[in-house]
Design a protein around this ligand. Structure first.
Ligand SMILES: C[S@@+](CC[C@H](N)C(=O)[O-])C[C@H]1O[C@@H](n2cnc3c(N)ncnc32)[C@H](O)[C@@H]1O
Length: 232
């Protein structure tokens, strides 16, 4: 495994949450909560959260599934996970945390109701292979929930390009000392497919059925709710 990405996330872990709030004007909390609401996740469900980082998406789902439900959260940066562990201790939540590369996961079929990921897909080495792999862990009614960056349409795109290409790397440098990490995060956001293009790619994966899509902030962020078609 190439651990450049792992090291990069570990290096920005302490300021990751703070930077998320600054970069999104605090809107990431709304996007996560709205995604949980639209996902159809209910009390008692079992969730697998990939690239869980400091855990905000996993925590939002845990609040929804309650004590009867279960959230398993996976990330390969132990520094990001250390911050997550502090949060769940403070909130007295029970979430199973796995320090592991998502590409190496192996669960039995029909284990989870939902596989979720926020701002992780574009960072994974083989995102579409991963979707295929994890779809096999789902129950036949299961869904894959993906929250990921997109790009807004003009005229908002002009502001978006200036903000992301110039201001975010600068803010990243000031607050984390790591401008290159934020250049990487922005470049991947600019180069990864989004909207209909991403939905089309995901839909072409074996087992994936209909996809519901919602745009946030003019398309700067998208939610994809992917049904799976399984012969169980
Ligand atoms: C942009 S962060 C997203 C964190 C969190 N889901 C959120 O919404 O804030 C991406 C996370 O994916 C993790 N990650 C990237 N590639 C991974 C891999 N192959 N296996 C496990 N975790 C990975 C990184 O360590 C990082 O914590």
């Amino acid at each position: 495994m190439d651990n450049t990405i792992q090291r990069m996330f570990s290096s920005i872990s302490k300021r990751y949450d703070f930077m998320n709030s600054i970069m999104t004007f605090g809107l990431h909390k709304y996007w996560r909560n709205k995604s949980v609401k639209l996902s159809g996740v209910k009390n008692g469900d079992k969730i697998l959260d990939l690239g869980t980082g400091t855990g905000d998406f996993a925590i939002a789902f845990k609040k929804k599934v309650g004590d009867k439900g279960k959230v398993v959260a996976v990330d390969f940066s132990s520094e990001m996970l250390d911050i997550f562990k502090k949060k769940i201790k403070k909130r007295k939540l029970v979430i199973e945390i796995m320090d592991k590369d998502v590409m190496t996961l192996d669960f039995e079929a029909n284990t989870f109701d939902f596989v979720t990921m926020a701002f992780g897909l574009r960072n994974f080495p083989e995102p579409f292979l991963l979707i295929k792999n994890v779809s096999s862990f789902l129950k036949s009614s299961g869904k894959i929930i993906i929250l990921e960056t997109g790009q807004p349409k003009y005229p908002l795109k002009i502001f978006y390009l200036i903000y992301t290409k110039i201001l975010i790397p600068l803010i990243g440098k000031i607050f984390t000392g790591n401008k290159s990490a934020y250049n990487y995060l922005i470049n991947t956001a600019h180069n990864f497919p989004y909207g209909d293009d991403l939905a089309k790619k995901i839909k072409s994966i074996e087992n994936i059925g209909n996809i519901y899509m919602k745009r946030f902030f003019g398309g700067a962020v998208y939610l994809y709710i992917c049904s799976v078609n399984k012969v169980s």
